[in-house]
Design a protein around this ligand. Structure first.
Ligand SMILES: [Zn+2]
Length: 121
């Protein structure tokens, strides 16, 4: 009898943990987890949430990145070609804006998708 009771408790605990993990995974995963990683000269200088509307000064203001409604767009740059400003805004995992003269890379990453990519690649 005692053994059976313990088994039931164990099952309840496992189910609770599973539900919790599922809930947290859903909370952190999906679209809400998308972030942009900013790299200057190959080094990560910051990661920013795409959910939050914000303007980011990269590399002491050489490039200005704007995040609005889940889309990141390079709105200003002091580079001569301005190719990064002309590049289309990014919002999907794996998309990036690159400023070659300033060695700035803005990359969209989602934790869940990058795991998937790792498996596929
Ligand atoms: Zn540029």
């Amino acid at each position: 009898m005692k053994m059976k009771k313990n088994d039931k408790i164990l099952i309840v605990i496992i189910l609770t943990v599973a539900a919790l993990v599922f809930f947290i995974h859903n909370l952190l995963g999906g679209k809400g987890a998308d972030t942009v990683t900013v790299k200057v000269d190959g080094k990560i200088t910051g990661t920013y949430s795409l959910i939050e509307n914000q303007t980011i000064e990269i590399n002491d203001g050489s490039n200005i990145l704007k995040i609005e409604d889940g889309i990141a767009d390079m709105i200003e740059a002091d580079c001569p070609d301005k190719l990064c400003v002309k590049q289309k805004a990014v919002s999907k995992n794996g998309e990036s804006i690159i400023c070659l003269p300033n060695e700035v890379i803005v990359e969209v990453e989602s934790n869940e998708d990058s795991e998937y990519d790792a498996v596929v690649n």
